[in-house]
Structure formats: C-alpha cells, structure tokens
Design a binder for this molecule. Structure first.
Ligand SMILES: Nc1ncnc2c1[nH]c(=O)n2[C@H]1C[C@H](O)[C@@H](COP(=O)(O)OP(=O)(O)OP(=O)(O)O)O1
Length: 190
C-alpha cells in the first residue's frame, strides 16, 4: 500500500491494517513524545490526567508557540519526569480523529539521562523490560511502531481513530521506515 496522506512517499511500509478511507485533512497540532531506553529497559510514564489518562506513554506534550520541537521535547521531559537527556529524533506520527486537529507527534529516543527520575502531577515514571512492554495499557497502535524505535529505525506513520464516547477506537494504521533506516546522531538537548 502507498503511504497515506500526510506521510512522505519515500517511506517503505512495514505494517498496515484496518479498513475504509483515510479521514480528510484538518488543521495540525504539534506534540512531542520522548522514550528513554537503557539496555533492556524502557522508561514509560503512567498518565495521571488529561489526554491518554490511565495509559502508559513516553513523556511529552504540546509544542508551544515560538518553541522548537526539540526544545519542547526537552522541556516536557524535565517537567514530567524531572530529567534531561540527549534526544535523537527518530520518528513522526500522525494521529487523526475526524473533526479534531491532526496530532503531529515528533518522537525522540534517549539512551542516557541526567538528574533524578521524579514523579510529576501528570506522569508516574516506571521502568519496563523491553520484552514486557504494557501494550494493553497504551495507545492501541503503539504495539506496531514502538518496536521500530527499539530497533533504532527512523519511522513515520499514521493512525486514524474514531472517537466513541471517551474511547479512541483504532480504524486504520500505516507505519513505514525511512531508507536510511538505522537512526544516527543525537541532537543534544541538555
Ligand atoms: N492520539 C493522540 N493524540 C494526541 N496526543 C497523543 C496521541 N497519542 C499519543 O501518544 N499522544 C501523546 C502526545 C503527547 O506526548 C501527549 C499528549 O500531550 P498533552 O498531555 O495533551 O500535552 P501537555 O502539553 O503535556 O498538556 P497540558 O500540560 O496542557 O495538560 O500524548
């Protein structure tokens, strides 16, 4: 299948599914999401409030006006987990819900950090073995793309959800890797 609207043509498909047409374009809102990976462990945060409450996720949030994505990612990691880290940009995901702004999420990976991991009002940090990631308690499509982050790929993807009450029901997804494939070169943000 060719990449869906919003994803560059050069991205090679690795996983797709669901049915129906892709939802039409809306305005875009920019977010960040940071995953800290060390040896065979990954740091996730249990979301205590707001969008994605009661799910595990990386640390991140909205990019503020006049802020770079990298600066936003570093700020959110500090605010939500109390640490700083050299961040590598590894992926872009589009999350689409009809009638809402598209969520464009820049995904970063960190392999080391400074400071003390600290619970915040928004997130309770918790280490998991990479062989035991709590996908059943995460956003539904995370199981399809998080392995790409762990295998050090550069990836892009799109997930269309339908809102049913308070739930986001997975309708269709597409994930692909970039031809350079292995990610490289950290952007220092500490
Ligand atoms: N489907 C979808 N839509 C929007 N955001 C997300 C998803 N899936 C996700 O994994 N995410 C991520 C992107 C961000 O890291 C968070 C959402 O950020 P949010 O908590 O709303 O932003 P903050 O700026 O931290 O929020 P406030 O401080 O304003 O409450 O989930």
């Amino acid at each position: 299948m060719v990449p869906p609207p919003g994803i560059p043509d050069a991205v090679a498909e690795v996983n797709t599914g669901g049915s129906g047409e892709w939802f039409p374009a809306e305005q875009i809102r920019y977010y960040t999401n940071v995953f800290l990976v060390q040896d065979d462990k990954i740091l996730l945060g249990y979301k205590k409030r707001g969008l994605g409450i009661h799910k595990y996720n990386g640390f991140g949030g909205k990019v503020e006006p006049n802020e770079s994505t990298l600066d936003a990612a570093a700020r959110e990691l500090q605010e939500e987990a109390g640490i700083t880290a050299p961040l590598e940009h590894v992926g872009v995901l589009l999350f689409v819900v009809p009638g809402d702004k598209w969520a464009h999420i820049d995904i970063f990976r960190a392999m080391e950090y400074s400071g003390t991991i600290t619970e915040s009002d928004e997130m309770r940090p918790e280490w998991f073995k990479t062989t035991n990631i709590p996908f059943d308690d995460m956003w539904d499509a995370d199981r399809y793309w998080l392995p790409l982050l762990l295998s050090e790929r550069h990836f892009s993807g799109r997930v269309d959800f339908e809102k049913q009450g308070d739930s986001f029901v997975l309708k269709k997804w597409w994930f692909g890797i970039h031809s350079s494939s292995k990610s490289q070169g950290a952007s220092k943000s500490t």
